[in-house]
Design a protein around this ligand. Structure first.
Ligand code: PHB
Length: 390
């Protein structure tokens, strides 16, 4: 008590500022290079959250420090994270677009006493690598499981799967196969392509030759997905009646103008559409659209970042701004709120986000703009991939 009084006197003597701290959040993401738009969306989500909720939690001021990681590069990700922790003294690490970049940082969290809040990286197993990982994005298991039922219900019984050959792609392939076989369908062939693939014509030929009625595909959103869907349209697969099924990474809103009418009617399953009809989303889109400058550039990493900041603010609140990774993470286990994407919660066991997954169809609005129109909701989906990840 005496100590408290003395501290209080000291605080007053210093103009009441003695208790105020700056809490630094280090955000790693692609802010330049081919995936720069995805990083720009991290920043838009963060800026929107801070514009709507202020820059202070209690007496503490939140400061975000950005580090650019243009492509998947685990060694560079780890060294950026170490620099942020040691030199910048960040209390939180966040961001991480690509799975390998998140994976590489998990071993340093415990010793650094720093929680990691993943805004995007979507391989199920990441959360099992450290008890200090919390994720506000999605997993490809979570988004690819419902599309298997959609494909089967559309009358497609034989599918070929094509995925990028790394964590989220392998997870997507397994999720689709498990879901599709459960329905009674068959995956006739499974192609894994290097992450660096950008000529998709040979793949399109293999799809045609496979005799499958449909193709399931996952690639990380960016120039890759745009190229893949364009190749699907331009190589005559669509006109040949080979249906494309995918999680929403393949029809992110910012790519729709470039895909044009050819993408109309394409169905995907995903956790978030810019068009989601709710007051929370309208407020988010207004703030994030303002933050990004050109609202046509808004896409899903913005909502992962926005909700990630919500989690970080709750952690700062629960720890009173003190660095205590365990306490911070414990405080958000079971946390639930209404996100721009709909109702969500942090599963206390996996520390991954439970959320609705929506079936959407690419449509054209009265204003001539393309959008993902939500047509069905798979409610409160956890991560079916966690059992597989263990
Ligand atoms: C990932 O690397 O985990 C990742 C990246 C982009 C996506 C989905 C998953 O669209």
């Amino acid at each position: 008590m005496k100590r408290f009084v003395l501290a209080a006197i000291a605080a007053v003597a210093l103009g009441g500022a003695a208790y105020a701290d700056t809490i630094k959040v280090g955000v790693i993401g692609p802010f330049s290079g081919p995936f720069a738009l995805q990083g720009k969306n991290f920043k838009a989500g963060i800026d929107a959250y801070m514009a709507m909720n202020g820059k202070k939690v209690g007496n503490d001021e939140v400061e975000v420090i950005y580090r650019d990681l243009p492509a998947a590069d685990p060694a560079q990700s780890k060294s950026l994270a170490q620099e942020l922790v040691v030199k910048e003294k960040v209390q939180y690490l966040a961001g991480f677009y690509f799975t390998p970049d998140a994976m590489a940082v998990t071993p340093i969290l415990k010793q650094a006493n720093v929680p990691m809040v993943i805004f995007n990286a979507a391989t199920s197993a990441i959360v099992t690598k450290s008890p200090f990982v919390v994720r506000t994005s999605f997993t490809t298991w979570q988004t690819s499981t419902p599309i298997a039922k959609v494909a089967y219900d559309a009358g497609v019984k034989k599918v070929i799967s094509v995925v990028s050959d790394y964590g989220p792609g392998v997870d997507a392939e397994n999720a689709f196969k498990a879901g599709f076989e459960k329905q009674g369908g068959q995956v006739v062939q499974a192609i894994r392509m290097p992450l660096s693939t950008n000529d998709f014509s040979p793949i399109m030929q293999r799809i045609k030759d496979s005799g499958a009625q449909g193709v399931f595909a996952f690639l990380p959103s960016g120039p890759t997905t745009l190229g893949f869907v364009k190749a699907y349209n331009e190589n005559g697969l669509k006109t040949a009646g080979i249906k494309l099924f995918a999680p929403g990474d393949l029809t992110q809103e910012s790519d729709l103008p470039a895909l044009g009418d050819a993408a109309l009617g394409m169905q995907t399953t995903f956790h978030y559409a810019i068009s989601h009809d709710s007051p929370e989303n309208k407020a988010f889109v207004a703030a994030a659209g303002k933050a990004i400058g050109n609202p046509a550039e808004l896409t899903f990493p913005a909502v992962g970042a926005f909700d990630g900041m919500h989690v970080i603010y709750k952690m700062i609140e629960a720890t009173g701004g003190k660095q205590d990774a365990q306490k911070a993470v414990d405080a958000v286990k079971g946390l639930s709120w209404v996100s721009p994407r709909g109702p969500v919660s942090i599963d206390p066991e996996s520390r991954h986000i439970t959320q609705n997954i929506y079936l959407r169809e690419v449509a054209k609005g009265a204003d001539g703009k393309y959008y993902n129109k939500e047509i069905q909701t798979f409610e409160k989906q956890g991560d079916p991939g966690l059992a597989a990840a263990k």
